[in-house]
Design a protein around this ligand. Sequence first.
Ligand code: SAM
Length: 327
Amino acid sequence: MYQFIVILVKKQQTLKTVRARALARALALARARARKFFRLTLILFIKGLLQFKAMKNDKDSSRQNRDPSRQKQDSTRQNNKDTSWQKVGQWYDSIVGDQGSYYHQQIILPHVMKLLDMQSGASLLDLGCGQGVLAGRIPKDVGYLGLDAAKSLLAKAKARHKGRSFQFADLTKPLVLPSHRLFTHACCILALQNMAEPDKVLANIKPYLAPNAKLVLVLNHPCFRIPRQSSWGFDEAAKLQYRRVNSYMSPQKIPIFTNPGQETSETTYSFHHPLSAIFGFLKNSGFLVQGVEEWCSDKVSEGKAARWENRARKEFPLFMGITCVVS
Ligand SMILES: C[S@@+](CC[C@H](N)C(=O)[O-])C[C@H]1O[C@@H](n2cnc3c(N)ncnc32)[C@H](O)[C@@H]1O
């Protein structure tokens, strides 16, 4: 009897051990499956997240491609500090002088006056007027207001052109002009590319322009004259002077040193935008482009390389003149 009880107890103990082991195995299996399930869910979630991000990026970049004027605007919007030529006023005035620089006199001013085609009674808003190089060319019976953010240059302009009005204005900020009259013409000579946000400048001046008012923009040619990104080269085999352009589509904020050779040099900025962006700014601000002109240098080289230099000069324009009307 005793032996029988001992056997029964042992059997029950073995049964318990077997059950406990089976339970432990089942638990371990369940834990492993749960881990696998969790891992899989995590992988699927991360994959979904990455896909969503990629789709969003695609959408953003295709939106940018549709509207090139907005492309990478952020890179040029950054650091929108003072872009005025206040600190380099003395230097700029010594270059431009009373009559204008060589290119002002020979190319820009004659073309601009022709494009503006102002009749008696017209009125002109000169955007980024500097030391007033255009003011001296405006007939007496045409109204004139020069705007600039450099007080040093405005002082030079006022001293030179006593009967004309000049006013301090950062054209990237909302504009407040004393008079409520609307201008029939506006002009911006070599200055829009020195302003951080050309689209804002155009939007700010628009309320001060009469219906059908004319706007003439003069730019350093945005395709061939990009500071630090374009230069001359010579192809020995083809015996050809060519223009090298390192980058074009990307908007850029490019520092310009007024005295590059010296240890300390004041800096101004040039803001590059491709043509599609510039025309986009105009369209978005309500200006209708009427015409585009490209102006080459009229200088003539002499000496050994004259033939190549003269040919290249005629092939690559220095400036672009854009005429628009308020739409
Ligand atoms: C290269 S100069 C051209 C001046 C003049 N139009 C000429 O042809 O001699 C560029 C001018 O743009 C002005 N400028 C730059 N940023 C400006 C801003 N945000 N608002 C108004 N003028 C600005 C500078 O102060 C400078 O006088």
